[in-house]
Every structure is written in C-alpha cells, then in structure tokens.
Design a protein around this ligand. Sequence first.
Ligand SMILES: NC(=O)c1ccc[n+]([C@@H]2O[C@H](COP(=O)([O-])OP(=O)(O)OC[C@H]3O[C@@H](n4cnc5c(N)ncnc54)[C@H](O)[C@@H]3O)[C@@H](O)[C@H]2O)c1
Length: 386
Amino acid sequence: MSDTVLSNYTPMARDERTYDRKLKIGIIGTGWIAEAHIESYLHMPDVEVVAMADLIPGKAEKFAKQYGVEGVRFYPDHKALLAAEKELDGVSICTYNTTHAECAIAALEAGVNVLLEKPMTVTLEEAAELVRVEKASGKLLSIGFQPRMDVNMQMIKKIVESGELGEIYYIQTGGGRRRGIPNSTFIEKKTAGIGALGDIGCYSLDMVLNAIGYPKPLTITGYTSNFFGTNPATQYSDMYHTAEENAKRFNVDDFAAAFIRLEGGIILDFRIAWAMHLDTPGDTVILGKKGALRIPSTECWNGTVGGPMKLYHDVAGEQVVTEIPIIPMGEPGLFDRKIRSFLDAILNHTPAPVPTSQILYNQAIIDGICKSAEVGHEIEIQIPEI
Ligand SMILES: NC(=O)c1ccc[n+]([C@@H]2O[C@H](COP(=O)([O-])OP(=O)(O)OC[C@H]3O[C@@H](n4cnc5c(N)ncnc54)[C@H](O)[C@@H]3O)[C@@H](O)[C@H]2O)c1
C-alpha cells in the first residue's frame, strides 16, 4: 500500500507557463491572514496586486510597504474599493468572520471573482444568501480551506472512494488544543460571530465530509461552552489587553461538541476545543462495513493529518492493520497551492476549487450546533432554498 501511495504523489511542477497578461487582484482586509495571501500572490508570476482596503486608517498602506508592493491603490473599506476598481480579476477577502457575507456579496455583485477566507460565513442564512448571489452573478467563489491542498488529506478521500472501507456508517472527528485561544478579533461575537467552531471546527468537518462526498446534514444535538476563554486564569494578555480584559471580551465558544445525523444513515460525532484540560479529544476515525481508518490528530489542532494513518481491515479472514505513511509535501506550500488553484480557476473558467455547494453544509452544521446548543435539544437542519 505504502509504495502505491508514494508513487502516486508527484510534486507540483514549478510554474513555467508564460502568461498573456497579469491578473489584477485586490485584498480586502489586511490583517494577519492577509499576510499569507500577499506572500503567495507575490510568488505568482501572473499576478499584480493593485488594490487593498482596510477599515483601520493607514493599515493597508503599512501592509503594502511591509511587503514592498508598489503601485497599490488604497481604500477605507470594501465598498470604496469595489466602487473604484473596475478591472479586477479577483479579490481575496481576509476580513473577520462577521463581514465575510457582506464583503463577498458586494464583490460578486460588482462582477469580481472571490477567494473568501474560512469559515464561509457565521450563520447558515448568510451562507445561503451568498450562494444565491454567487449563482446570479456567474462569478467564481471559492472558500479558503487550504488543508484541502494537502496530499495527505486527499489520501483520506482516495481511500474512502477506493471502497477499502466499504459503506461508511460512523465518523468521529474534531480536534483540540490544551491551550490555543487566538487573540484579537477571534474572541468577540461582533467580529468573529463564532469561536473555535468557526476557526478550527470547520477544518475537522471538511476533512471528513469532503472525503465522503458532503452528504446533507439532517439533525444535530449540539453543545457549546466557553469556560476557558472567560476565565482570566486561563486567558492571555496581549499588546492591547490584560488577561482580565480579554476574559471579559470573550463571548464566543471555546469548546463545542455535537452528534449529527447525515443523509445515508451516517453518524458524525464531533468535538472541537481551543482550550481544555486534555491534549486532544481523540483521533479522527472513519468506520465502514469493510474497514476503518484512524487519522491521528495534530497536537495543536490545525486541520491537518497528525501522523501516519492506519487502515484496519480483514485480509483472507485475518485482522490486518496497514500503515499509510505521511506523504512529504515540499514546495509549493499549502497557501501557494490554494492561491494558485483560485487563479487557475479564473484563467480556465473552471469550477471553484472549494465550492460553496459543499461548504454550505459545513456552515449548516456549525449553525446547527449553535442553534441546538441555545435551545438545549436536538434540532432538524433546514437548508434554505437557494
Ligand atoms: N486559512 C487560514 O489558515 C486562516 C488562518 C487565520 C485566519 N483565517 C481567517 O481569516 C479571517 C481574518 O483573520 P485575521 O486573523 O486576519 O483577522 P484580523 O482581525 O487580523 O484582520 C481582519 C482585517 O479585516 C479588516 N476588515 C474588516 N472588515 C472590513 C471591511 N468591510 N473592509 C475592509 N477591511 C475590513 C479589519 O480592519 C482587520 O484589519 C478570519 O475569517 C479567519 O477565520 C484563516
């Protein structure tokens, strides 16, 4: 198995194509993750970053200077950028979660292709509205799940699709950190909307749902808590706030768990934590009628495969365990692959690398967990008409 796996892997070739013209790209929101976007755009021979916007005065200018990007036009928000820039091929939306829907809808309505950071939105209603606008616009909208570009993640999907596991009936997924609460705009409802669920929970869900073809979620029993984020003893201080202030600001989830029924009779058992008195809530496990796959968690959960996977199956009546080694990725990194896949989809008029048709269900589960947690019992998931 391992030799087959390794020989299947061909590193991405260096981009030696020649391009007729440079794609004109804008960046909306020039905070932390925008750094990864600009670094990747600067690696692309066919890209010119022409416009940047940020709500904080001077932030976009400082950002461009830091990366030595010249000839950029700066704007105070996404609306001003989209109103003034008429030749954009695409924008990266790197704003905090609560402005994802508004910024992406405005960009699509302005006729611009969009790479939107994860999570897609905060609520399912916002996600559905975004998909409606995407459809009406005819433009490209891809969601920024770079772990999808990891060949080890792709291997999970290949194993499921190969039939090695047979019919899948139960999945346990999630991840956690003993202490790993991000700071700044991640911990308040007004900017993040959701906490660990939206930050790292969306990756765990995508890891397994993408592998099994994104079946529709039907019902959810969800739970959320924030015992760590709201406790100054387990909070951190940063440049701008004391631990006490951050504990007071904190009003999103830092832990979530759920029991989800998916179409096709599959059970999804999920848990995610930014902080807890435990290293990991467990590996991801996919149980099928013919075999099972164990995917080790990373210590500080970031949505990737944490070590060699194990395939449990019977061979000639004997119980066998096959180790699937980690496939080294090398260059280019995941972010370069994410940005390149977006650019190639624009150039080749091909579908979004991470389509909203799938991520809508990811968002429906996140939204369902919040709603079920609020009412304290199981709820049915109603996917809005698009
Ligand atoms: N893919 C990944 O690996 C990854 C990693 C970290 C964060 N993220 C996602 O990226 C997003 C941003 O995270 P961050 O850490 O960069 O946050 P951040 O707070 O550092 O940056 C967000 C920036 O957006 C700006 N902004 C907000 N609304 C705006 C608007 N309407 N117009 C222009 N600018 C606006 C803010 O002023 C801020 O500077 C989040 O949704 C987060 O989930 C993704």
